[in-house]
Design a binder for this molecule. Structure first.
Ligand code: ARG
Length: 483
């Protein structure tokens, strides 16, 4: 943990009244969560202020007590922010640490804060508040990465590259079109996080330990103050539900899976065998033994870290499996996977957006290039491997030949060209006509890469005009997420 924790000298917990011996040191360490849940402090304080406010409005505590609580908690928030707050392992978790500090500051009013609530509904509230803020950050980071991809796609809307199936050259596509495939994946990711937020944004407070509370509380008031869309409708579910944490980790796993696919491609493309792209040096490392190497460390690590996030998803699903209602201490184990998922995802998205950044012109100097495209190598690769063979078959169909016959005629032509070690477009007209009499002089426009690209001119197709139109559509979408 990055924050300091110390031990208290005397026995001083909030629940120790009925215990005959102190908790063993090792057990204390084993059960304490303050080492990681201190990160919830800001949200714990927000939740406590909203709860105390409601208690005072409902006449459960006095207005004066509320004012003291609010002032004390705001001071504590400042202490936490500036790193002055002393986290004590003996006080178990973020909740008890803050409550104890409050009571030390303001006396009895501090001891009234916990009226009508339990740490069970409190922690569920804190995690939801933290996760809601995190989801907003993730959506902004996804939009930022999409912007990098869109800028790169725009600059390459007509850059020819080979499209692959089975990792073999299949048909020519534009590099812009290829990048837009990832933009689509990220669009779905944004939609998943937005949907997940609906279920995060419900208030558990008021459920207390599990059954609700006998005080005349107003849960809706607390929900409104904390910006929740409503309250969790069943107290047992409110304290034990962690679906929202699993959903977040699942949505994060999907993003990482998408980025692992792109990473795999960046690794291939940047290898000297392909040499389609060059990733800026600041994202790569050298080899300690082989001087010629420039290793694509960032994409490789992203590919590797996707496994780590899937692990967290499995951990959370397993954590919740077979848990009886309602709260169980198992639930404390939700935080580390969740925090690490968010941290890993956010930093991955940030680095990725920078790595895919086009050259930036600053004061007449080109800086911050993340990514350069070797258009010649891409074109060269597209012109090898008979990428326009399908176009020739389609040409014959348009001349009246049934598709299966056309397919066969082109297959024979390709075989001949392979033997001659030339491309289809290098064969003279008379040779081509030997495979199909329907072939005329106009065939050469079909056999060119540009002819092939431009002919796929429908929504979702790779024609440069379609790529441009798609970029405009996605940019509009993007403005909407960020609204
Ligand atoms: N630290 C606990 C957690 O993260 C807070 C709730 C404790 N509740 C309890 N009944 N022991 O889940």
């Amino acid at each position: 943990m990055t924050q300091k924790t110390n031990s208290l000298n005397k026995k001083d917990t909030s629940w120790s009244g009925r215990f005959n011996e102190p908790v063993a040191e090792l057990v204390k360490k084993y059960t304490a969560s303050v080492g990681f849940d201190y990160r919830l402090a800001e949200y714990d304080i927000q939740g406590s202020i909203a709860h105390a406010h409601m208690l005072s409005v409902q006449g459960i505590i006095t207005q004066a007590d509320f004012v003291a609580i609010e002032t004390g908690l705001n001071e504590i928030a400042e202490e936490v922010k500036t790193g002055q707050f002393q986290w004590l392992l003996d006080l178990e978790d973020v909740h008890l640490n803050i409550e104890k500090r409050l009571t030390d500051k303001i006396g009895d009013a501090g001891k009234r804060l916990h009226t009508g609530r339990s740490r069970n509904d409190q922690v569920a509230t804190d995690v939801r508040l933290w996760l809601r803020a995190t989801v907003n950050q993730v959506i902004a980071a996804l939009a930022n990465l999409q912007t990098s991809l869109l800028d790169l796609a725009e600059a390459n809307y007509d850059t020819v590259m080979p499209g692959f199936t089975h990792l073999q050259v299949a048909q020519p596509v534009t590099f812009g079109h290829h990048l837009l495939a990832y933009v689509e994946m990220l669009k779905r990711d944004v939609a998943r996080f937005k949907d997940c937020k609906k279920r995060i944004n419900r208030l558990p407070l008021g459920a207390a330990a599990l059954a609700g509370t006998s005080y005349p509380i107003d849960r809706e008031m607390v929900a409104r103050r904390l910006g929740f869309d409503g309250v969790c409708e069943n107290s047992l579910d409110a304290v034990s539900d962690r679906d929202f944490a699993i959903e977040f980790t699942y949505a994060s796993s999907m993003v990482m899976m998408h980025l692992s696919r792109l990473s795999e491609e960046l690794i291939l493309w940047s290898s000297p065998r392909f040499a389609f792209i060059d990733i800026a040096d600041r994202f790569c490392t050298g080899s300690s033994i082989m001087p010629q190497k420039k290793n694509p460390d960032v994409p490789e690590l992203v590919r590797g870290k996707s496994g780590r996030i899937y692990g967290h998803l499995t951990a959370l699903l397993t954590l919740m499996k077979s848990q009886p209602l309602a709260y169980n201490k198992d639930n404390q184990e939700d935080k580390e996977p969740l925090f690490d998922t968010a941290d890993t995802l956010l930093v991955t998205l940030e680095i990725y957006a920078d790595m895919l950044r086009l050259p930036v012109l600053e004061n007449g100097v080109v800086t911050k290039t993340g990514f350069t495209v070797n258009k010649d190598a891409m074109r060269q690769a597209a012109s090898e491997g008979f990428a326009t063979a399908t176009d020739l078959a389609d040409y014959l169909v348009k001349k009246g030949m049934p598709f299966r016959d056309a397919h066969e005629a082109v297959a024979l032509a390709v075989r001949y060209a392979v033997d001659q070690k030339v491309d289809l477009s290098d064969l003279p007209l008379s040779k081509l006509q030997a495979f199909a009499g329907e072939i005329k002089e106009d065939v050469y426009s079909v056999l060119t890469l540009e002819g092939s690209l431009n002919s796929r001119d429908h929504i979702g197709g790779t024609a440069p005009a379609q790529v441009k139109a798609a970029i405009i559509r996605v940019r509009k979408d993007l403005d909407q997420y960020l609204e």
